[in-house]
Structures are given as structure tokens and as C-alpha cells.
Ligand binder design. Sequence first.
Ligand SMILES: *[C@@H]1O[C@H](CO)[C@@H](O)[C@H](O)[C@H]1NC(C)=O
Ligand SMILES: *[C@@H]1O[C@H](CO)[C@@H](O)[C@H](O)[C@H]1NC(C)=O
Ligand SMILES: *[C@@H]1O[C@H](CO)[C@@H](O)[C@H](O)[C@H]1NC(C)=O
Ligand SMILES: *[C@@H]1O[C@H](CO)[C@@H](O)[C@H](O)[C@H]1NC(C)=O
Ligand SMILES: *[C@@H]1O[C@H](CO)[C@@H](O)[C@H](O)[C@H]1NC(C)=O
Ligand SMILES: *[C@@H]1O[C@H](CO)[C@@H](O)[C@H](O)[C@H]1NC(C)=O
Ligand SMILES: *[C@@H]1O[C@H](CO)[C@@H](O)[C@H](O)[C@H]1NC(C)=O
Length: 387
Amino acid sequence: MYFTTLLSVTLLLAATEATGVARNPYNCMSFVVPVPVDNVTLVVPPFPDFPDQYAATAFANEVTKQITFPGPSPDANLTTLTTTFDISAEYCTPATANPKSPTLLILTHGIGFNRSYWDFYLPGTPDDAQYSYINRVTAAGYSTLSWNRLGIEPSTIPDPYRELQSLVELAVLTSLTTLVRAGKIAQVPQPQKVVHVGHSWGSILSNALAAVAPGLSDGLVLTGYSHLVTYQNLFIADTSFHIASQNQPDRFPNQTYSTGFLTWPDKYANQFSFLLYPYFDPVVLDRAEETKYPFTVGEFLTAATLPLEAPQFQGPVLYLAAEADLIFCASNCTAFFGPDSAAVEAFNGSKSVETYIQPRVGHGINLHKNATGAYDVVLDWASRHGF
Ligand SMILES: *[C@@H]1O[C@H](CO)[C@@H](O)[C@H](O)[C@H]1NC(C)=O
Ligand SMILES: *[C@@H]1O[C@H](CO)[C@@H](O)[C@H](O)[C@H]1NC(C)=O
Ligand SMILES: *[C@@H]1O[C@H](CO)[C@@H](O)[C@H](O)[C@H]1NC(C)=O
Ligand SMILES: *[C@@H]1O[C@H](CO)[C@@H](O)[C@H](O)[C@H]1NC(C)=O
Ligand SMILES: *[C@@H]1O[C@H](CO)[C@@H](O)[C@H](O)[C@H]1NC(C)=O
Ligand SMILES: *[C@@H]1O[C@H](CO)[C@@H](O)[C@H](O)[C@H]1NC(C)=O
Ligand SMILES: *[C@@H]1O[C@H](CO)[C@@H](O)[C@H](O)[C@H]1NC(C)=O
């Protein structure tokens, strides 16, 4: 029965996908914002930098012993960080004025991508906007601010062991949001409302922002995220923590990317963690692999320090889950979004928590053939909640 359904959907897709999606008129401006962070707690790694791939892979073995996010040990040595990072960002807005444009969607990408995750085009078909989230939401009138997280060029590339840690990334999102809300980023008109939209690790950071600074966000859209971290081990095993500078030496020279920058081995590992066959175009997988970005030891060492319970957050929340999300659901999200789920209970002070399971997609929702179907779910939610 199930396979019959799959087959008929495949045929339908094959019949409709050829047309693509026309690009709507939207204007974007890219710039670099200096983003200060103040007195952020850092964990001193309790081991030396990896000398080689054997040590990195052994760390993957260590991390997969646990079914929660790995955290620093109680006797960990702590330091603090006060600095200013360069953050590469892009503001996009509809070409013609729209009453919804003062609502700004802050788009935070996940592990393995830069902010082009939100504005994905294939080089061979630059006019086909079928994967572009920004194209879809600006057509509906909204403005967007997407940014490259720390470690993703041309944003600052800090030390991946000692500095590029989870609380630092949260501090950057918090500081960036504070600046934009106050109208202090010259290129971005001061917004009336701010909605945080995340994918994967970007959803975790957006969730943590709502926990530590609930007043900074008017609404949350958490995509590719279930609030459960039990299954991240599947992702770690898939990557076995390949050292990025050895995996793609031309893009990640070891002078800039030390052994603390990690990735997965190849495009099939990428598919395994991010995509559901046959609902993606192999050309998209090739492009995603060619343009992938690494994650860091520091992120894994400190992930458990991010607060994810957000009882003070009052705005509406939408979870847009991928039905076959490997990383957050072991490839079947069906059971994890009910009223008593950890996902929903994390926001027990919110006026509305909605959950939606996008069918026939893996973790990398925006890279599937039906990406626009998922975008329309977000737009429907946004308009129903007055954004
Ligand atoms: C930095 O934060 C710590 C707590 O994490 C606090 O004890 C200390 O006073 C803070 N230092 C400054 C200069 O604010
Ligand atoms: C903390 O730092 C001290 C002094 O450098 C070192 O001996 C100890 O092993 C460190 N502990 C941890 C858990 O990193
Ligand atoms: C860094 O990369 C260069 C060029 O690939 C290589 O010759 C060198 O051995 C590498 N250094 C380290 C420390 O791995
Ligand atoms: C994302 O990365 C790709 C590959 O390095 C690059 O071509 C593209 O310009 C980057 N986009 C942004 C917005 O940084
Ligand atoms: C909401 O969750 C918090 C923990 O995050 C808990 O302390 C609080 O009692 C919960 N409130 C309600 C009304 O369930
Ligand atoms: C997904 O899990 C649900 C129960 O949680 C089960 O009923 C369903 O058959 C599973 N779907 C697939 C495709 O395995
Ligand atoms: C595309 O996504 C929409 C929204 O979730 C869904 O209703 C529709 O069934 C999906 N279409 C396919 C072919 O998967």
C-alpha cells in the first residue's frame, strides 16, 4: 500500500516538475555587520587539537556513546569571550512596497550550509526559483535578513575548538537581533515585527534565543528540528568527523581551517543525512556537496549548554518537520509532534504552538522538489498569526 502511494506520487512529480518556478522581483543587499558579544562563557577543550584524522574519528566514537547532546564535564575549565565578529548578512525585500514588508524574517541556516540555503539556485538554471525560500516569502510581501553563521566565510572564522562554540553562536544571534530591532544596521529598515526562522542547528539557536531573550522575537518557525537530540548519533556516524581541510582542500585550506573543522565524506553521506530519495534532483545533491561548509568540534563539545526550554516565550511557534528527518527523528517524525511532545512542551507559555509534518522530504527540506509546498505552509501560518 505504502509503496503504491510512493510510486503514484513520483509519477505526479515527474509530470509537474519540469516547469520550475519563475523568479519574483525582489531586491537584496549584502553587507558585513560588526556584531559584538560580551562575556560569553567558553569551555576549554579537555583534549589537545586533533593531530590527524584518526583522532577526529575517535572523537566521533566518544560523542556517539551518549544519547544526549554532549556537554562539558562538571570540572571543565571555563573562560570568557568579549569580542566583535564580522557577520556577513543579506537583506531582501519585495521590489514593490508591501504592507507586510515591515515584518522581518531572520533566517538562520543549519550545519553544512551557508545562508544560500534560503536562496538556493542551480547554476545551470539561474531563473528557476523553485528552491528559493527568499523568493517565495518576498513574493508574499515579507522582508528577510539571512546571515552566514560564524565559521562560514566571509563571516569571521574563529578557532573551531576554543571559540566557535554554541553559546558564542547564540550570543551572535542575540546581538544581531538586538541591533536590527533597534534600527542600528544601516542597510536594514527598523522592523515592526521580527520572526526567527531556523533550519536544523539554526532552529536550535532560534529556540535558544527564545529561551534566553524571549522579548527579542515575535514568532518562531523551527524547520528540520524536533527538540529531540537522541538521533544525532546517526548524523555523527554518517560523518565520522572527516577533517574538512583534507576532504575539500581547495575550499578549506588548512591554514584557515584547522583540524577542528569537520564534515562528512561525500555526496552519498550528504544524501543519507539530508535528502529523501527519490524526492530530490541529483543535480541539487551535487551542488549541495560542492558548496557545503564544515561544522566544528567546539559546537559539539558545548551543544548541551544551550537552553532549549522556553516557558517565557509568548509568541506563536510553528514546527515544520521533515517527515523523513534522519537527524532529528531517525527518518520518521510521525510520532514526535503530538501535544505532549518535547517539541510542544518546550514552549508551554506560548499562545500557540503548531506542528506540521512536511511529507516526502528529508532533513534538508529546501533542497527537495516540493520545497515551495513547505514554504506555503510557513506563509499560511504567518498570515493566520497576523504577520
Ligand atoms: C561575566 O560573567 C560571569 C558569569 O558567567 C560573571 O560572574 C562576571 O561577573 C561577568 N563579568 C563581567 C565583566 O561582566
Ligand atoms: C583544567 O586546567 C588544568 C590546568 O591547565 C589542567 O591540569 C586540567 O586537566 C584541566 N581540566 C579539564 C577538565 O580540562
Ligand atoms: C596543509 O596543507 C598543505 C597543502 O595541502 C600540506 O602540504 C601540509 O602538510 C598541510 N599541513 C598540515 C599541518 O596538515
Ligand atoms: C555560499 O557558498 C557558495 C560556495 O562557496 C558560494 O558560491 C556562495 O556565494 C555562498 N553564498 C553566500 C551568501 O555566502
Ligand atoms: C512550563 O515548563 C517549565 C519548564 O520549562 C516548568 O517549570 C513550568 O512549570 C511549566 N509550566 C506549566 C504551566 O506547565
Ligand atoms: C512512522 O512511524 C509511525 C508510528 O510512529 C508508524 O505508524 C508509521 O508506519 C511509520 N512510517 C514509516 C514510513 O515507517
Ligand atoms: C507538497 O507540500 C504540500 C504542503 O505540505 C503538500 O500538501 C503536498 O501534498 C506536497 N506535494 C507532494 C507532491 O509531496
